[in-house]
Design a protein around this ligand. Structure first.
Ligand code: C5P
Length: 225
């Protein structure tokens, strides 16, 4: 079985409001990922993780749109890792999972399908883009060094894993108190190879209010999704 795990909990501190309910092109932000996963022929079932107070809101939104693949909407936790664990708990130990930031509305159904194809053949897969800016390390507003961007990539979602691999990686990280900002960071630590598919500039993550404005513009111009 192939599962989509959409992470859409969290306070949205940098956004200044619970961003997952913010409306983009007529849908709450987190619904866009659900719609792309619903459309992908590779996805069997979807689990969505949201703030405890939003479970009913999203269940209603899903019902209203006749979305059929969502098996459960479960409450997340304070940190992303808590939400990831809450989602993994309701998934079986076998099969494959694609973990998706609910804050990335422009993922394409074809990208979801292509990722599942590759994970089944080769193991873990992420989408990522080469870094094009010059990268500096800054401490207390003072530049400390320039870091070579050779081989540096920006990780996006979705990220694909055999469920047993991701579960082992996340559970074994517990004792060391490691909290990754994406799923691949847990799996890397186990020494497992992770394959990289080319990401897309338009697959943006809504973090700040101006990102939502950019997303509206991308929609209006027909560039996305
Ligand atoms: O905070 P950031 O935008 O990096 O979060 C990435 C994704 O992780 C978002 O889709 C957010 O909803 C999700 N998340 C979560 N639970 C948290 C924090 C973030 O599901 N406690």
């Amino acid at each position: 079985m192939r599962f989509g795990l959409i992470l859409a909990a969290g306070r949205g501190e940098r956004f200044g409001a619970p961003k997952q309910q913010a409306i983009l092109g007529g849908h709450p932000l987190a619904l866009w990922s659900i719609l792309a996963f619903e459309q992908s022929s590779a996805v069997d079932l979807i689990v969505m993780v949201v703030d405890a107070g939003n479970v009913e809101f999203f269940e209603h939104q899903i019902r209203m749109r006749g979305i059929e693949k969502v098996e459960a909407v479960v409450p997340g936790g304070k940190e992303r890792i808590d939400s990831l664990k809450a989602g993994l708990k309701v998934l079986p130990d076998e099969g494959y999972v694609a973990v998706q930031d609910g804050a990335r509305p422009f993922v394409k159904a074809e990208e979801v399908t292509a990722g599942f194809r590759l994970v089944e053949k080769k193991g873990p897969v992420i989408y990522a883009l080469p870094v094009t800016d010059t990268i500096k390390r800054v401490e207390q507003k003072v530049l400390k060094e320039t870091i070579s961007r050779d081989g540096l990539y920006r990780a996006q979602t979705p990220q694909f894993f055999p469920l047993e691999v991701l579960k082992e990686a996340v559970l074994s990280s517990g004792d060391e108190g490691f909290a990754g900002t994406d799923e691949a960071s847990y799996v890397e630590r186990m020494g497992v190879d992770i394959h990289v598919l080319p990401g897309r500039e338009e697959n943006i993550k809504i973090t700040f209010p101006q990102d939502l404005e950019l997303a509206e513009k991308l929609l209006a111009s027909g560039t996305c999704p």
